[in-house]
Design a binder for this molecule. Structure first.
Ligand code: AMP
Ligand code: GLY
Length: 427
């Protein structure tokens, strides 16, 4: 079957790589893609929110399966846009309806949902400009630290962890009165701070059944020892040593199963990935957030571990057989190390030539997934903050991380930086 992958990051490169291995895949198109995805399919210069062009492409190329990488088109209703038109209704679009995508698109929606289904999460309250004064009073009495979240999508910048009441009050004012994130901060969720270790679990659902397809620990801070500013993710490890059968059973029983049951009971149309952002608080899992997509760079570590055919797995969401799929993982240790542009997550230069990708990619057990890259006169240059995700396996996590770092020593671009301590706490 012909496939369209929407997006242009390392996640989409990993998806294209994995799907190209399937006997079921025909032509693979990636919109807009990057030089990495071009190794496995045809890049088409259509932006992820240009639904009209994506639909026209799907009809013209006889696409049967669409995999939506990023959250924005999902929250903007790409599923519904395809589903409501008879010309594209039969295409299997992997991603929830706009309504169900509110699980990621609105913090308040997801908190209400978790509350209705008794899914463990941090205690919370929500405020708008209407009850602004009440919010100020609520913050003043709240235990420290205080977590403030803009309700809507804010490009990963909408969460503030305030260490003082003054800081929380200032952020609250900036979000609600000064409209810091526009419409996204017209509502603010204030949450209890959860102390623990953050981990991600990924499931695929057809809205009734689910399969767990992987888990990972993502290293979000720019600096070694988990210091400095937050990023989109500097690396990952999988499997995570403490996510053993006992912990995963708790995750399944108290979080995943009730979430899918809740989706079904509420009649939400959801055929796609569910990303459970969790906090392990002394062995008890709590939901920090839902995302309605795969993570980046988590995808770059979970797909190399997944041994099940991904195209068949995705097709199973459309023909009622998801329940019967037998998911197989490689239990070897895997690690992903992200190479970023100098200055990231602040400002950084683009269009810097990159050398050595092919050398690194030719090493055993190594995958070089391209995230923020582009073509310039047939050579590969930097185009984003997160540039390359290098994944390796190894006999243990330490070896996996070392292999990824050794591979990176073949790659060069001016200003290149990567954390040398991914997985440090497990070595
Ligand atoms: P979110 O966009 O909801 O994932 O939040 C961004 C980051 O803020 C998360 O990845 C956590 O590191 C942190 N965070 C969010 N909510 C909480 C919470 N209730 N307690 C502690 N940390 C949190
Ligand atoms: N790595 C975190 C995310 O994809 O949201």
């Amino acid at each position: 079957m012909n496939i369209l992958i929407i997006g242009s990051g390392g996640r989409e490169h990993a998806l294209a790589w994995k799907m190209a291995q399937s006997h079921q895949s025909g032509d693979i198109y990636i919109a807009p893609g990057n030089p990495g995805t071009a190794q496995f399919g045809i890049n088409v210069p259509i932006e992820v929110n240009d639904f009209i062009s994506l639909k026209a492409l799907s009809i013209e190329k006889n696409i049967e399966l669409v995999v939506v990488g990023p959250e924005e088109p999902l929250v903007n209703g790409i599923f519904d846009f395809f589903n409501e038109d008879p010309a594209t209704a039969s295409i299997n679009v992997i991603g929830p309806s706009a309504k169900a995508a509110q699980l990621e698109g609105s913090k308040a929606f997801s908190k209400h949902f978790m509350h209705r289904h008794q899914i463990p999460t941090a205690a919370y309250a929500e405020f708008t400009i209407e009850n602004y004064e009440e919010g100020l009073a609520y913050i003043s009495k709240h235990a420290l630290p205080i977590v403030l979240k803009a309700d809507g999508l804010a490009a990963g910048k909408g969460v503030i962890i305030a260490l003082t009441h003054q800081e929380a009050l200032t952020s609250f004012k900036e979000m609600l009165q000064d409209k810091q994130f526009g419409k996204a901060s017209s509502k603010v969720v204030i949450e209890q701070f959860l102390e623990g270790i953050e981990v991600s679990v990924f499931a695929l659902t057809d809205g009734h059944h689910y399969q767990i397809i992987g888990h990972a620990k993502d290293y979000k801070r720019i600096g070694e020892g988990d210091t400095g500013l937050n990023t989109g993710g500097m690396g990952c490890v999988s499997p995570v040593p403490f996510m053993d059968a006992v912990f995963m059973q708790k995750v399944e029983a108290t979080i995943i199963a009730p979430t899918i049951k809740g989706i079904q009971e509420e009649g939400l149309i959801y055929k796609g990935f569910v990303f459970f952002g969790l906090m392990n608080c002394g062995g008890e899992p709590y939901v920090i957030e839902y995302n309605c997509r795969l993570g980046d760079p988590e995808t770059e570590v979970i797909l190399p571990r997944l041994q099940t055919d991904l195209v068949s797995l995705l097709a199973a969401t459309d023909n009622g057989t998801l329940e019967d799929v037998n998911i197989q993982y490689n239990d070897t240790a895997f690690a992903t190390v992200m190479a970023v542009s100098g200055g990231y997550p602040g400002s950084y230069q683009k269009n810097i030539p990159i050398t050595g990708i092919e050398l690194a990619a030719a090493l055993p057990q190594i995958h070089v997934f391209q995230a923020g890259t582009g073509f310039q006169e047939n050579s590969i240059v930097t185009k984003g903050g997160r540039v390359l995700a290098v994944t390796s396996s190894g006999n243990n996590l330490k070896t996996a991380v070392m292999n990824a770092q050794n591979a990176l020593s073949n790659i060069q671009f001016d200003g290149m930086y990567f954390r040398k301590d991914i997985g440090f706490e497990f070595s």
